[in-house]
Design a binder for this molecule. Structure first.
Ligand code: SAM
Length: 353
């Protein structure tokens, strides 16, 4: 018996879940119309706002009241709508942690439509859509590369902090970033380790965005690309470090291990693999840490057999692929866990000396 009885389910809670999609639509629309930017400029009555964004005043009034209803603006009690504390940072497009880009990904048309098929994905045990996250050159990944807020990515900083002191003792610092997308993991590291040379691998349409990011950061002369499929394209190398971030949840444990085995052959003996992923550990339950379990729902509709893997699964996969010295790291700002492991300097079956 537990000390406290579980909370009783309420009808209000169910209404809130049932209409969750209305909140998504509200925020998406307000961000698309840049309503928070106008409120920041003290444009705060529905008629003037409607004129500025080319919308209907009644529509804007209803939208603003809805936003006030879910606690994202103040209705001002007759003095005009106003921003709430925190908005300048998160909801105004010039804010340091502007959420508009994240919203384009979290509430993209593609993801929204895919969730409508959840029942089919549950019946089937995986995606039922013709085009999905693993489709070669899937255009959603172009948006992902473009809109990920990569300057504020705690996990990329965490990875760089862990790898830079280790890299100082290497003769060379050759890095492969597999499924690199925007490139932030390799680039954050390269900005701190001047000897680092980064090879980014992804589909060719995505690498166009990566190349622009490298140029913007003045790193183009230290960055190269391999365009193609990470399961079949020659990986080049060997490398001192291979990065593989936010990728393994797209696959079952078996398929992810296959990829890790392939990648191990491109790591120098004594070199490292750095993996980042959503995860949960043995103390977590869906009640105490819902996000990783909710993320599996996204993988269920978007991939044939992906899901969030536990810390123990990451360790098992890396060890089955021939890596040793498994470490996990998490940081205050990093939403995801970092796993580091080594390709042993001497592998079983290798003659010493
Ligand atoms: C979730 S994103 C992760 C991007 C980045 N590593 C990060 O941590 O944000 C997945 C990336 O994998 C790439 N991708 C998916 N399947 C691939 C494949 N078979 N070969 C190469 N890249 C692939 C996608 O284009 C996308 O850029």
């Amino acid at each position: 018996m537990t000390d406290t009885a579980p909370a009783r389910i309420t009808i209000g809670q169910l209404h809130d879940v049932a209409r969750g999609y209305v909140k998504t639509a509200l925020l998406r629309t307000a961000l698309e119309l840049r309503l928070f930017d106008l409120l920041a400029d003290q444009v705060n009555d529905p008629k003037t706002i409607a004129g500025k964004v080319g919308a209907d005043p009644r529509g804007i009034r209803i939208l603003l009241d809805g936003l006030a209803g879910i606690g994202l603006v103040s209705s001002g009690g007759g003095d005009g709508y106003a921003l709430l504390p925190g908005s300048e940072d998160l909801l105004v497009s010039t804010g340091a942690h502007y959420f508009g880009n994240a919203m384009k990904l979290s509430a993209s048309d593609w993801e929204w439509d895919a969730q409508k098929n959840l029942i089919d994905a549950v019946r089937h045990g995986g995606t039922v859509t013709e085009t999905h996250a693993l489709t070669p050159q899937f255009d959603f990944w172009e948006d992902f590369a473009e809109h990920t807020s990569w300057f504020n990515n705690g996990a990329a900083d965490l990875m760089a902090e862990q790898l830079v002191p280790w890299a100082a003792y290497r003769d060379t610092v050759e890095v492969l970033d597999v499924a690199c997308s925007h490139g932030s993991y390799g680039f954050s590291f390269a900005r701190r380790e001047p000897r680092a040379r980064i090879t980014g691998l992804d589909w060719p349409n995505v690498l166009e965005v990566t190349a622009r990011n490298a140029e913007r950061l003045g790193l183009s002369d230290r960055v190269e690309f391999i365009a193609g499929d990470m399961f079949t394209t020659p990986l080049g190398g060997p490398y001192d470090i291979v990065m593989l971030t936010n990728v393994l949840h797209h696959f079952s444990e078996e398929r992810a291990t296959e990829l890790l085995k392939r990648i191990r052959t491109a790591v120098k003996p004594g070199g490292r693999i750095a993996v980042v992923g959503h995860t949960f550990d043995e103390h977590d339950t869906p009640e105490t840490n819902p996000l990783p379990y909710m993320f599996s729902l996204i993988m269920l509709v978007q991939t044939p057999d992906g899901e969030t893997h536990s810390v123990a699964t990451y360790q098992r996969m890396l060890e089955a692929a021939g890596f040793t010295d498994f470490q996990t790291h998490s940081g205050e700002k990093a939403m995801h866990r970092l796993f580091l492991a080594e390709r042993p300097a001497e592998e079983p079956g290798q003659a010493a000396g």
